[in-house]
Design a protein around this ligand. Structure first.
Ligand SMILES: Cc1cc2nc3c(=O)[nH]c(=O)nc-3n(C[C@H](O)[C@H](O)[C@H](O)COP(=O)(O)OP(=O)(O)OC[C@H]3O[C@@H](n4cnc5c(N)ncnc54)[C@H](O)[C@@H]3O)c2cc1C
Length: 405
């Protein structure tokens, strides 16, 4: 049996290794269009490679995927986070967990992951072909014929083909798969930060508010978590989660929308009033600047007071009803006009890709072309940050490589 894997990224390597492991007699060829393999693994996680996330509940894990979560839920019982940890550990690459659940190689270097995958592929005698872009694919009798951009070999035939070409920023990049009868969810960016250039809040750049809620006006989109103020807008987990879950809606809005920030993660305004009244009772003689509600960061509290035109030198005991109302409103519903996005440099992915409509959900085999399989980001699968995107590549690569009928 001849098996071809198209694209030597995380999913491609995993699919090739799985194919050879499950079908040891097969000839496995891994084709890569560029002159380098595993390029994204190398730069991932700031050069440390956030391999996976320490989430061991399959239903929780699936929730990290705004696209493809339901499909992955059926695949995770076969290869999940625990399997990833064991797989790398068995091959001499132990992983460690950080406080937020992200998992990295103990070496703190993506090179460990790259070397591990390459060593395993070499050991299994997987044939690697660089600078070999596949430009077309068609069914020919019982085989699949691949056409290359290379001058030397124009076509080659394989019994099974696994496509692991990664995310494509444009529909054009997926046209060759669409021509085969597959439905494509149009690609749009995911995992980006929100721009509000010149907004006075950007003067607080570097500041983190630990637990905020953000809602996008006119939509059902909301998130909570830490928010980071940058010199061009807002970032941090609360923003990245919204950019992921709202990827398509925000694209439709042309990245122009209003965000309502609840700085204190409290939706009940009576409770906020109670909290403020408690401060008044306990510290009536203190200045507003000296007694911060909800332990808000100093600079943020002063900024919010300035925004509602209440002097930070005012005494808590002298707060009138009007100032109190303004305070409750700014703490729970501070509105910002967003205009544009910035790519999150540490990790970015594409929302969209090959729809699961035309793929068998258990084997990842095409319903259109027998013997054709898919894995990785070419599928309409993507996640929030934290190692989930690689986990999807490991899981789908492993399963596609089994070449189940
Ligand atoms: C800067 C950055 C940092 C990231 N950090 C993390 C992280 O720490 N943790 C995490 O979980 N996710 C991270 N991600 C996301 C993660 O890298 C991707 O989800 C993952 O690489 C997808 O793997 P893949 O194998 O499907 O695709 P890719 O890694 O994109 O690999 C696809 C391969 O196919 C090749 N190819 C494409 N077309 C053809 C063709 N026609 N013929 C032959 N070869 C072809 C490409 O050259 C490429 O080598 C990061 C992404 C970026 C951009």
């Amino acid at each position: 049996m001849r098996i071809a894997i198209i694209g030597a990224g995380a999913a491609g390597y995993f699919a090739a290794i799985s194919a050879k492991t499950h079908h040891p007699k097969a000839e496995v060829c891994l084709f890569e269009k560029s002159s380098q393999t595993l390029a994204k693994v190398r730069i991932s996680g700031g050069g440390r490679c956030n391999v996976t996330h320490a989430c061991f509940s399959i239903s929780e894990l699936s929730k990290a995927y705004p696209r493809g979560g339901k499909n992955l839920k059926k695949l995770f019982p076969i290869f999940n986070v625990a399997d990833t940890i064991e797989w790398f550990e068995k091959r001499g690459v132990p992983l460690k967990v950080e406080e937020d659940g992200r998992m990295f190689p103990l070496s703190n270097s993506s090179e460990s992951i790259i070397q591990c995958l390459q060593k395993e592929a070499d050991r299994l005698k997987i044939k690697l072909f660089l600078q070999s872009a596949i430009v077309a694919l068609r069914q020919a009798n019982n085989t699949i014929e691949l056409s290359f951009q290379r001058k030397d070999t124009s076509t080659q035939n394989f019994d099974k083909v696994i496509v692991t070409t990664g995310g494509s920023p444009s529909l054009k990049g997926l046209a060759w798969l669409e021509e085969l009868g597959h439905t494509i969810a149009p690609p749009v960016p995911s995992l980006f930060t929100f721009n509000m250039p010149k907004n006075p809040i950007t003067q607080l750049m570097g500041l983190v508010a630990e637990k905020v809620q953000i809602r996008i006006q006119g939509t059902k989109l909301k998130s909570e978590g830490p928010l980071l103020i940058t010199h061009w807008g807002i970032s941090g987990p609360a923003v990245l989660i919204l950019s992921s879950f709202g990827a398509r809606i925000l694209s439709d809005l042309n990245y122009q929308f209003k965000a309502q920030i609840n700085w204190v993660n409290e939706n009940n305004s009576n409770r906020i009033v109670e909290h403020l009244q408690e401060i008044i009772q306990l510290h009536p003689k203190r200045k507003l600047s000296n007694e911060r509600p909800y332990a808000l960061p100093d600079r943020l509290w002063t900024y919010l007071l300035t925004k509602i035109e209440v002097s930070p030198d005012k005494i808590w005991g002298e707060m009138g009803g009007k100032a109190m109302n303004k305070m409750v409103s700014i703490l729970s519903n501070d509105v910002y006009e967003l205009n544009g996005k910035t790519t999150f440099k540490e990790e970015f992915v594409t929302c969209g890709g090959l729809s699961f409509e035309d793929i068998d959900g258990s084997s990842l085999q095409s319903k259109r072309i027998k013997g054709l399989y898919f894995a990785g980001e070419v599928l309409d699968v993507d996640a929030i940050t934290g190692g989930y995107n690689f986990q999807a590549a490991w899981t789908t690569g492993f399963i596609a490589g089994k070449l189940l009928e």
